[in-house]
Design a protein around this ligand. Structure first.
Ligand code: NAP
Ligand code: ZN
Ligand code: ZN
Length: 361
């Protein structure tokens, strides 16, 4: 699938060299596009909380040097001879995956994120069958096989489209899978990058949407984003009043937390889906929280390539984009600190033109 190591392109980006150091300018090599590859000049890249988790090695096993970034949008600059769906000058996006086994049942179904052999992540991974690290979107260009590239319609504002590649699909996919829609009362927990997209999609699908947040200061924004109601999760009396009233909950909290009060919000037979990669519940999950209402606790990871294209096209048709704060790449370390302090409305997006002003390593 990959071209030999002999044809490589020098590429500039920003990298973390270990879990304690800030991101710094970094030059590395990408392969020249092979017959099925698309080369994209990266214009914008969103900052996902997963970038921060991986840079700081929160999940263990991080690989350095790490060029993060999996909310990538840009312009196609070269295509291989066998590429069919994209041509030079098209707008294109790359999300969390750049490869998968292609032959397992999940890959056949277009659910590459559940590939039996594990997908190849856009960064913090090794290319399939090789030692070469993958490098993400905090960089000037990327080369990806066309199966893992989506087409961005020109009607979408590219800056607000970047976060769709992760925050968008990660919330769209479970809402679709659990068939959230009209007549359902749906709670989105955590108003950050994922949560604000969850509210927009749940509203667009016709559900009655409740934003469940720890931050009373975000109430007005929640309403603007499409929430019908706001529930402050730290207000135990308000939480108690809402017990047993939800058909579905989408939990985007990035840190260990007590899931029991949230599960109590579910109706009988209803489901709460986790998308945050948590290592622990604190305090632990109580069996009674599930047993008492035949409730389910489930998880979901991003979405496959066909569904990612479907989500992008849905956003174009319904004029949905992310609420973004644009930053130059030189501010990436400050943005990480602000993300940790819950100070983002609601996604940082890096303007990659700023890379031209970055110091050469
Ligand atoms: P984010 O922008 O930082 O938003 C997270 C929100 O959760 C915060 O804005 C805050 O909202 C709430 N929150 C934070 N700490 C909390 C705590 N201790 N207790 C309760 N609420 C808390 O993060 P994000 O980019 O949306 O990512 C969220 C999580 O999803 C991360 O763990 C990320 O790694 C993960 N993720 C998973 C997938 C997947 O495929 N499963 C994909 C992308 C990201 P309020 O102020 O409203 O409470
Ligand atoms: Zn992400
Ligand atoms: Zn597979």
């Amino acid at each position: 699938m990959n071209t030999p190591d002999t044809t490589l392109m020098k590429t500039r980006g920003y990298a973390a060299h270990d879990k304690h150091s800030p991101l710094v300018p970094f030059t590395f090599e990408r392969r020249e596009p092979g017959p099925r590859d698309v080369q994209i000049e990266i214009l914008y890249c969103g900052i996902c909380h997963s970038d921060l988790h991986q840079v700081r090695d929160d999940w263990g096993g991080s690989l350095y040097p790490m060029v993060p970034g999996h909310e990538i949008v840009g312009r196609v600059t070269r295509v291989g001879a066998e590429v069919k769906k994209l041509k030079v000058d098209d707008l294109a996006g790359v999300g969390c995956m750049v490869d998968s086994c292609r032959h397992c049942p999940a890959c056949h179904e277009g659910l590459e994120q559940y590939c039996a052999e594990g997908p190849t992540w856009t960064y913090n991974a090794r290319e399939r069958g090789r030692e070469q690290l993958t490098f993400g979107g905090y960089s000037e260009r990327i080369v990806v096989e066309e199966r893992f590239v989506v087409k961005i319609p020109p009607s979408l504002d590219l800056k607000t489209a970047a976060p769709l590649l992760c925050a968008g699909i990660t919330t769209y996919s479970p809402l679709r899978h659990w068939k959230v829609g009209k007549g359902q009362r749906v709670g989105v927990i955590g108003l950050g990058g994922l949560g604000h997209m969850g509210v927009k999609f749940a509203r667009a699908f016709g559900a009655e949407v409740v934003m469940i947040t720890t931050s009373p200061a975000k109430a007005r924004d929640a309403a603007r984003l499409g929430a019908h109601e706001v529930l402050i999760s730290r207000d135990s009396a308000a939480m108690a009043k809402q017990a047993g009233r939800f058909h579905f909950l989408l939990n985007t909290i990035p840190n260990p937390h007590d899931v029991n009060p949230y599960l109590a919000l579910l109706k009988r037979d209803a489901t709460m889906v986790l998308v945050g990669l948590l290592t622990a519940f604190e305090p632990s999950l109580q069996g009674g929280s599930l047993i008492s209402g035949r409730r389910s606790l489930a998880g979901s990871v991003i979405g496959g390539l066909p569904e990612t294209q479907e989500m992008i096209d849905f956003c174009a048709a319904h004029k949905i984009g992310s609420d973004v704060e644009m930053i130059p790449i030189q501010s990436v370390n400050e943005a990480y600190e602000r993300l940790l302090k819950n100070d983002v409305r609601y996604r940082f997006v890096i303007d990659m033109a700023s890379l031209k002003e970055a110091a050469q390593p």
